[in-house]
Write a new protein. Sequence first.
Length: 213
Amino acid sequence: MTSRRGLLIILSSPSGAGKSTLSRRLLDWDNSLSFSVSATTRAPRPGEENGIHYHFLNEETFKQHVTNSEMLEHAFVFGNFYGSPMGPVKEAIDEGRDVVFDIDWQGAQQIVNSALGAHTLTIFLLPPSIAELRRRLISRGQDSDDVISKRMQKSWDEISHWGSYDYVLVNDDLDKTFERLKNIVTATRLRRLQQPNLTDHVRSLQTEFTEIE
Ligand code: ADP
Ligand code: 5GP
């Protein structure tokens, strides 16, 4: 058995609050972390690569994966299907490696309620203001005005689920938020359930204890 169970680190937020930026930073900080590359039926944005940012699938193939129970969770977001493939996640956590998810509240809820629920860490990112959220979506420069206004309209729906997450961070100063995120991950790795070898260690302490008595 590995010395540690992998964690499922789930980041959610309204679009533009900073999930991708903070996930990238987490992966750069600790290269044992892996990113759960989602499948989606949406079209790639400029610069997005198949298999790296997303697995871009047509609707029929996506639904086939769902029917075959190959998705850990899936949801319909902004008019497209999104889902987290199960295989790579199972493999990573069985080997004691943590997996980072950038998914919406529906996906987070499904994973928390799944058999892997005990090993999840859920974090919600709030923007400092709605005006700043809009500014970030515009400055990212990846979406048309139409898509930006659709995402802004949906942002309250996502924000309304903040109360069901383990941790909530207001992503104002990026460096400060990242420091907090690292602290949360570091502490959660020490949760009793994440350390399966503790039972053996306590048993050996008990043996030693009885021997010296
Ligand atoms: P999401 O993945 O949640 O949609 P992104 O990570 O793509 O959001 O962030 C949206 C934009 O906001 C990006 O251009 C990113 O560089 C910027 N951004 C993220 N966090 C901050 C922050 N704390 N301060 C200023 N800009 C930020
Ligand atoms: P985007 O199109 O901006 O990449 O993502 C749109 C929204 O879909 C974001 O809130 C993102 O977190 C969410 N999302 C991305 N992948 C998944 C996934 O696999 N499952 C779920 N439930 N949501 C996802």
